[in-house]
Design a protein around this ligand. Structure first.
Ligand SMILES: NC(=O)c1ccc[n+]([C@@H]2O[C@H](COP(=O)([O-])OP(=O)(O)OC[C@H]3O[C@@H](n4cnc5c(N)ncnc54)[C@H](OP(=O)(O)O)[C@@H]3O)[C@@H](O)[C@H]2O)c1
Length: 323
């Protein structure tokens, strides 16, 4: 496993582990024991960067991450998120709430469930249009002073909010949707470079679609959020054929898998991009970790970008420009 630095000093594995799917959004949750087993496997494969959120489960995902990593403090980076609840408690669309008293309550709960005194990276999960970025950033500065968090970040953030928040308390990383099928946030690259902020890419494989392992016969249960995603619909399998063919040809040349190439493209593009793929399968954790060793030259990345700009592809979950 290779490592990257987010912001000034947060050293993370160049592939992080997205833990959400252990207990959220991908059908029947795994048991605590199964979740802990997976996280321990990830440690064996060199991952040190683990992503969870208060709202995953809700709460149980943080509990699993906390339990799995309790004997590894100091060697791992745990990221969690505050500031949303789900419209019906456990599923549905996120509703942002960044009131200070809510965040204060959240941090105490997250510290307890994660079994830590200090959270390594604390993200605002969604922007609350009713609360100014300065107010959230100033609370983050207080939490850093109090030793409850060491770094903070913002998820699904735009340039204006990011600049205003960063001016009050430096942001270590953003966490936005980014994959070969969702490149809209490339427009933030110059801002991230100017402000020295990392980019953690969520849903980096377009929810697994870019692995090329799904076809028209793939069926998802209705409680698996992929059942509602356009990229997995039968008609779109044809529409996305050229994209999968592109990945397949590069994968063959590099003796890699499609999943690996889809993420090697982004980790080789910018030194501050870190994808956090999720999986429930230990062998895929290992496959994804090996992405870290794949080298693509500047010319190869540029070639892929040029093809992606021209290629026909479907929408993905909630579109390419929105959360
Ligand atoms: N900030 C936010 O608002 C936000 C939103 C969404 C996600 N996230 C974070 O980002 C992480 C990852 O995002 P995501 O789960 O939405 O998308 P993703 O990582 O692009 O896709 C995960 C899916 O891909 C499949 N997969 C993983 N590796 C694979 C491989 N090598 N070959 C084939 N299929 C593979 C997994 O299926 P199997 O389990 O069957 O392997 C899983 O269904 C989450 O865990 C969460 O931590 C954050």
């Amino acid at each position: 496993m290779q490592y990257k630095i987010l912001g000034k000093d947060l050293k993370v594995s160049s592939i992080g582990m997205g833990c959400m799917g252990i207990s959220h959004a991908y059908g029947k949750p795994l048991t605590k024991k199964e979740g802990i087993y997976l996280i321990h496997k990830a440690l064996d494969y060199g991952y040190n960067f683990f992503d969870t959120a208060e709202v995953y489960g809700p709460y149980i995902n943080e509990e699993i991450v906390g339990e799995a990593l309790k004997n590894h403090h100091g060697k791992v980076v745990i990221a969690t998120k505050f500031g949303v609840k789900l419209e019906d408690g456990s599923t549905g669309m996120p509703i942002a709430n960044a009131k200070s008293d809510i965040i204060r309550k959240s941090i105490e709960g997250s510290l307890k469930r994660l079994q830590v005194d200090c959270i390594d990276l604390y993200y605002q999960h969604r922007i609350d249009p009713k609360i100014a970025p300065e107010e959230v950033a100033s609370l983050m500065a207080d939490l850093i002073k109090e030793g409850k968090i060491s770094h903070w970040g913002i998820s699904q953030v735009d340039e204006i909010y990011l600049r205003r928040a960063n001016a009050i308390c430096p942001v270590t990383a953003i966490q936005n949707r980014y994959s070969m099928m969702a490149r809209d946030y490339e427009k933030l690259f110059p801002v991230l470079e100017e402000l020295n902020i990392g980019f953690v890419a969520f849903s980096p494989m377009a929810n697994g679609f870019l692995s090329g392992k799904y076809d028209k016969n793939t069926k998802f249960t209705t409680d698996d959020y992929r059942s509602k995603m356009p990229q997995f619909k039968a008609d779109n399998i044809d529409k996305n054929k050229d994209l999968i063919n592109l990945l397949a040809s590069i994968a063959e040349e590099k003796k890699a898998t499609l999943a690996q190439i889809s993420m090697a493209w982004m980790i080789n593009k910018k030194p501050y991009i870190v994808p956090i793929p999720g999986t429930r399968k230990a062998e895929r954790l290992q496959e994804n970790a090996k992405t870290s060793e794949i080298k693509l030259s500047k010319q190869e990345v540029k070639y892929i970008d040029e093809v992606l700009a021209k290629i026909n592809m479907s929408e993905i979950f909630l579109g390419t420009k929105h959360d």
